[in-house]
Design a protein around this ligand. Structure first.
Ligand SMILES: [Zn+2]
Length: 426
């Protein structure tokens, strides 16, 4: 089996791993880089037989938009729907690649490859690791994963019953070299939100990603525990609708405690795409689902609004005598630096506003070092290759048999060794 990491051996984001065997080539992920100076993978030289997408985060799927639409793309159906949700609300057409939907733990054959998706815990729903088998070699790619979210049980099940005889573990190392003020678990985040909102005299806003379903569930549960309504925008309401595909335990606007606030700009998106949204376009206007701004103004302490960073402008009208809670519940990095994230400057202003009670409550979507150690102890791989990390060099401080790869370099995975393939063969 031959391996080329086109991107991701030395950085977080833009992951693209190529595996080849007997003339068949597959890609695991095809993401957009997160670093501004990092160039996306050059697709012109790639002609894979299949592309597998681990989860619907841009840094793992972003480049499939630019691939030849005849190349089969394998991902989960929910993943595809979440990508389309993000696209349609940013005025882009849904993707029309040749999609094939896989299901957790059901293997697929692509030429000599057998690929098994493992459902994992991450800040995105439907995040998968892949077990790839070919030529009697077994490679396990973690994708992005963690053990401390709402689906942490998936991580525990994996390490209790690991796939045996792993030759190569391609393991994400996002948290290596990162220090964080994060909460230890998703339930700790929920606990903090409860503490902040329970005695509120004004309204609360939670700034988080609408696709971080674990977080929306945490906010919902905090609302439930304090007898408040969760208010979501039309985009989040649509995302929550999609979750019905995999779970009936994720709140949505049909639940009594969830309300939708309809802004004109989001309504215009729905109105322009009637076939895409179907019945949803009528449901959001039904009085049992919809809440209007003046209704929140009339009893602000009864509501907690989940908004995106770009929705920070909705906070302003609520500033008054009683403090507004602004719970910042995503990566603090979005507020730093050049404030390129839309809404960051507004939120930074609010941080210093005496009318605002600014609170940070977040936990990472990525595995902590101690959990990576448990993963390695369980899988006992012959080799570990760092991926999705800014600090590949630190792997050797914590793990045995680490092989740090170079982007774009071909390696041959043989019996008990990983060897560079010379660029010009003799
Ligand atoms: Zn991710």
């Amino acid at each position: 089996m031959q391996l080329i990491i086109h991107k991701g051996s030395q950085e977080i984001g833009g992951t693209c791993i190529q595996l080849s065997q007997d003339g068949t080539t597959i890609l695991l992920d095809l993401g957009l880089p997160l670093r501004e100076e990092s160039k996306p993978v050059d697709l012109s030289a790639l002609n894979p037989d299949a592309i597998f997408v681990s989860h619907p985060h841009q840094d793992h799927y972003g480049l499939i938009v630019d691939t030849d639409s005849s190349i089969p793309i394998y991902m989960s159906e929910l993943g595809k729907r979440l990508i389309d949700a993000a696209r349609i609300f940013s005025h882009q057409a849904p993707l029309s690649n040749d999609f094939h939907f896989f299901k957790p733990w059901i293997s697929l054959d692509i030429g000599p490859f057998k690929i098994t998706p493992y459902l994992m815990d991450h800040s995105s729903p439907d995040a998968f690791a892949f077990l790839v088998e070919a030529d009697s070699k077994r490679l396990f790619y973690t994708g992005d994963l963690r053990a401390h979210g709402r689906k942490g049980v998936l991580f525990e099940r994996l390490i209790e019953n690991p796939p045996p005889d792993i030759d190569v573990l391609l393991m994400e190392g996002t948290m290596l070299g990162r220090t964080s003020d994060d909460f230890p678990t998703e339930s700790a985040v929920e606990g903090k939100i409860v503490e902040v909102i329970k005695g509120q005299r004004n309204t609360s806003f939670v700034i988080c990603s609408s696709q971080n379903i674990d977080r929306l569930v945490s906010v919902f549960r905090a609302c439930k525990r304090t007898d408040k309504f969760l208010v979501v925008d039309v985009y989040a309401a649509w995302v929550l609708e999609q979750m019905k595909l995999v779970s009936d335990r994720v709140p949505n606007m049909f639940w009594d405690e969830v309300k939708v606030i309809v802004s004109n700009s989001q309504y215009q998106v729905v109105k322009a795409n009637p076939e895409f949204f179907g019945d949803f376009q009528n449901e959001i206007f039904k009085p049992e689902h919809r809440i209007k701004p003046h209704e929140i103004m009339a009893a602000p302490a009864d509501f907690v609004q989940a908004i995106r960073l770009s929705g920070a402008r909705f906070i302003e009208p609520h500033l008054g005598d009683q403090p507004v809670n602004v719970i910042y519940s995503q990566w603090l990095g979005y507020l730093d630096g050049d404030e390129t994230q839309y809404g960051a400057s507004q939120v930074n202003r609010l941080r210093d506003d005496p009318r605002v009670n600014f609170v940070y409550a977040h936990t990472t979507g990525h595995a902590l070092l101690e959990d990576l150690k448990r993963l390695v102890a369980s899988l006992e791989p012959k080799h570990i290759i760092p991926i999705h990390t800014d600090c590949p060099g630190q792997f050797a401080d914590h793990f045995e048999n680490v092989k740090v790869c170079e982007d774009k370099q071909e390696y041959d995975i043989g019996n008990g060794r990983i060897q560079k393939v010379p660029k010009t063969r003799p």
